[in-house]
Design a protein around this ligand. Sequence first.
Ligand SMILES: [Mn+2]
Length: 369
Amino acid sequence: MQPQVTGESVGNSRVGRLRQWLQGRRVGAFLITNLINIKYLTGFSGSSGYVLATGTSAGTSGCYFFTDFRYKEQSASEISSCDIVITKHDPIKFIIKFIEDKKIKKLAIEDTLCLRSYKMLSKRFALEALTDAVENIRMDKDEDELRHIKTAIQRAQTALLDIKPRIRVGVTERAIASMLENGLKAQGVEKLPFEIIVASGKYSSMPHARPTDKALEKGDLLIIDWGGESGGYFSDMTRTFLIGGGNDLGRKKEIYDIVLKANVRARESIKAGQSASDVDRAARAVIKDAGFAQYFGHSTGHGVGVEVHEKPYIAAVNKRQKIAENMVFTIEPGIYIPELGGVRIEDMVCVNGQAAQTITNLSRNLEIL
Ligand SMILES: [Mn+2]
């Protein structure tokens, strides 16, 4: 089963917002080709489709969904916000004719449009490539979306708590990943947002390590980065554990405490209206002041929704991105020291009023397993 974006909020309100946004621009229509954006706008979960949104025109939906015969029935059951048009042969040729019949001269496209389609469209229309038009709308989560994201979090957290008693010396990273994956499926997760990261000992210093056949050893730092899903929406979180009984635990506890402080400081610093780069700086300053700046080489967080990595990106370079109400994103500082190991603590927040509410709630105290 393909996960679906469900609920009444899909469709009219999202397409409506997009068309409203289009009104302020001097284009006749906007052709959306990114399937994730199409799924977000319409609820369509198939693998072939196009959306054409026109400015307001009284008495019509003003929005057309194109697909082929294979998805005729599916699109009819999933989509209520657009008029459905079944294409024949080459869908782009069909859509060109459709747009020409509407006397539209200037067409907006997504800047991710493939070159073949671009070449065909550019012969017939004046094109304007838009960057992140739908992605920007996606940042503003509604209640329905937030409910799914919270369910995705709950499924992920429950799955981890269920397997935690089985994490001990001698168990391999791969076995932990596989237990966790089974647990997520048992919780109702239909699609994993990404391959689970289980990284122990020296492998934990690689932020995106893949699980190996390495067995847990005494004194290992253990990073588990995993996510859940509900209704096509994802969650993403990371916890780091320490396997008891080893030497040199003091240094590992020290970096854990610094990362935890950075995580807390960043979450507490979040205010609507500030720049994403300010949130990044709040986390980075803690790690820098402790003397570990060179060991925190990735950005502080990212948005999560119908994609596990989406806008807003919480990064030092992202000064122009303002934090706004209803954004959902991660806070995930880390310190990674080759040979010693790594620590990352990742939570998700929702901007609510002036501050941020943390929506992941597994304990962040260092647990020695
Ligand atoms: Mn993440």
